[in-house]
Design a protein around this ligand. Structure first.
Ligand SMILES: NC(=O)c1ccc[n+]([C@@H]2O[C@H](COP(=O)([O-])OP(=O)(O)OC[C@H]3O[C@@H](n4cnc5c(N)ncnc54)[C@H](O)[C@@H]3O)[C@@H](O)[C@H]2O)c1
Length: 281
């Protein structure tokens, strides 16, 4: 191991089970010498397996609902007490849409659910940074990372109101990243990750077909949760000190593709096999 995070302290939001991107990141951060506090909502702590991860990483779990400012204040206060001062990194690996869960389509959204989607999946990122900045809880050259998805830029069938949440999340990274960088030299980035089979990922309708499509379309194939964790580690490390306010694609090249050779062959073949002649968008 490289000890890339030796001496660094952090907070990791969002480890539910061993499929979670946050779980893999915690394992990697521990391997790289970091110390961190794990957090999730009380219900996710009860239903998930985070205690097992805490034991593995020799740490504690502090419950916090990331939409609740008081909970976040308590979390940062606890982290500063445990580590005797400021921390160096934060991972925001949080997403949830009640509209997706309740199978409400994008042209039939429940607006209370929509607000929850935005609060949990995007505004919570602002809340975390606002609390951290007010409490002066992050060291200079510290790093804050949140996880996003390409539906922030492009329309993907069935990603629903999470697309709006991700667009807001990426914008918050730029807007807060400017202020946090200017005043405290803290960097803020989002990672736009390939579709991944986690609990949140499995909630996206048609995830299997989508993953197959992006796997075939990306020259390097889909990025796994573990590979995403590796990328998070580089962003927490001192090797990326001047990277901030970026949305960084971690998707095997998918975001830069339009048409691949294989997809073109398949596209042409589909007309040979089915000469239906009908045009569907
Ligand atoms: N899985 C994918 O295909 C994929 C692709 C790109 C980006 N992402 C993003 O990665 C992040 C992590 O998701 P994952 O795929 O590891 O799934 P996951 O289900 O393992 O993690 C989502 C986490 O969000 C937590 N959470 C929900 N509401 C919360 C709240 N109010 N306060 C605090 N935590 C809350 C859940 O308890 C859970 O631990 C999310 O932002 C997700 O949108 C996922």
């Amino acid at each position: 191991m490289y000890n890339l995070l030796k001496g660094k302290k952090g907070i990791i939001f969002g480890a539910l089970n061993d499929k979670s991107i946050a779980w893999k990141t915690a394992e990697k951060a521990y391997e790289q010498g970091a110390e961190f506090i794990l957090t999730n909502t009380p219900v996710s702590i009860r239903l998930g397996e985070i205690d097992e991860l805490a034991e593995k990483c020799n740490t504690i779990v502090v419950p916090a609902d990331a939409t609740n400012v008081k909970d976040i204040e308590n979390l940062f206060a606890k982290a500063m007490e445990v580590y005797g001062g400021r921390i160096d990194f934060v991972l925001h690996s949080i997403g949830m849409s009640p509209n997706v869960r309740k199978k409400r389509s994008y042209d039939d959204l429940d607006y209370e659910y929509f607000q929850k989607t935005l609060d949990i999946s995007a505004i919570s990122f602002h809340k975390v940074m606002q609390v951290a900045k007010k409490m002066d809880a992050i060291n200079e050259w510290g790093s804050v990372v949140a996880l996003s998805y390409i539906a922030a830029q492009r329309t993907l069938f069935e990603y629903n109101d999470m697309a709006d949440a991700k667009a807001a999340l990426e914008s918050i990274a730029r807007s807060f990243g400017y202020i946090y960088g200017r005043e405290k030299k803290v960097r803020v980035n989002t990672i736009s990750q390939s579709p991944t089979l986690t609990t949140a990922g499995s909630g996206v309708k048609g995830i299997d077909g989508l993953m197959d499509f992006t796997e075939r379309m990306s020259p390097l194939g889909n990025a796994s949760a573990e590979e995403c964790a590796d990328f998070c580690i580089t962003l927490f490390s001192d090797l990326t000190k001047k990277v901030t306010m970026q949305n960084l694609y971690h998707d095997g090249g998918f975001s830069s593709m339009g048409m691949s050779q294989q997809a073109m062959l398949q596209y042409n073949k589909s007309f040979d096999e089915c000469d239906c002649g009908e045009k569907v968008n």
